[in-house]
Design a protein around this ligand. Sequence first.
Ligand code: NAG
Ligand code: NAG
Length: 367
Amino acid sequence: METTTAVWAVFAAAAAVIYWFVWVMGAAEVKGKRAVDLKMGSITSDKVQDNYKQYWSFFRRPKETAGDSTNVPAFVDTFYNLVTDIYEWGWGQSFHFSPSIPNLSHRDATRIHEERAADLINARPGLKVLDVGCGVGGPMRAIASHSRANITGITINEYQVARARAHNRKAGLDSICDVVCGNFLSMPFSDASFDAAYSIEATCHAPKLQDVYREIYRVLKPGALYVSYEWVTTPLFRADNEEHVEIIHGIERGDALPGLRSHDEIAVIANEIGFEVLEEKDLAKPPAGPWWTRLKMGKIAYWRNHLLVSALTMLRIAPKGVVDVHEMLYETAGHLTRGGETGIFTPMHMILCRKPSTATNVAAADE
Ligand SMILES: *[C@@H]1O[C@H](CO)[C@@H](O)[C@H](O)[C@H]1NC(C)=O
Ligand SMILES: *[C@@H]1O[C@H](CO)[C@@H](O)[C@H](O)[C@H]1NC(C)=O
């Protein structure tokens, strides 16, 4: 009799712990995504671990992959299949950084950073604006609400298209926001069809920045403005410093980057394509508050999430491989934090360009 009672007590306690992890902790983190709903994009659950392994072996040596860059878009797509739900679960709908602002929530600081891009390109009602690499559309919705411009986003990941469209509908913005699936290196839009464009921490996935800038230039009308927040190494980066190199490699392999560019390459490339460069600035520089503090996850929070995803995987609620992806993102967060603290890396090197009003549709450099 007593043994039966003890067994039941243990069983009830275990059930309570699982319930707490899965439903309570799972739901607490969320803005629209619960831990129990973690999927891996359009990858079927039995393929997640394989996809993760392929991704990892491809990006482990990021610089060397630059030689064979034709596979990069496919692996960027895989990356976003793997991370989209975890990002939405732990971060929100805007997959980018922003300077922290005293007394403001991350959410508000993020929105202000997005509205800044909208203001720089003078987004306003009736304008047709392109969002290059739109993710699940957090920035798009903030910018559409702020400016009432019509926005078309493009992302290579089909799962993100579905998420973005669902969020747009929910926010009541689907009449002015649309999303298409495509590769930003060859966009399904006609020449001179947009009044303005922006890209927020997205063009870093392009093996050659020239290729994506040339496409943006092509689809913009003459006189149109384009702003980009670029991921770059700053003047403080030293290629002969081992720690610096390790930090940058860590950022590259954990974020599907074919190789980070240096701050001084961006304007040169924009000019080469034919853009006029109007302004260039590292938005992370003081007095801007640090963007990386948000990444600092305590050991307790890390272990809680680790146990949570492990439990979900064991219960087969989440696919095998989620634990690996969670681990990878945690390590990447460490590299990004070090990049921020040392000041050798910025995810918000802002460049504002204009396609000359006299421009013909062909980009200047075709090489
Ligand atoms: C932030 O809030 C604190 C306490 O409410 C206040 O003393 C401080 O002046 C605020 N800082 C800013 C920049 O608004
Ligand atoms: C912008 O969206 C509105 C609402 O759907 C539509 O009526 C209008 O024609 C669109 N304008 C442009 C320039 O696409």
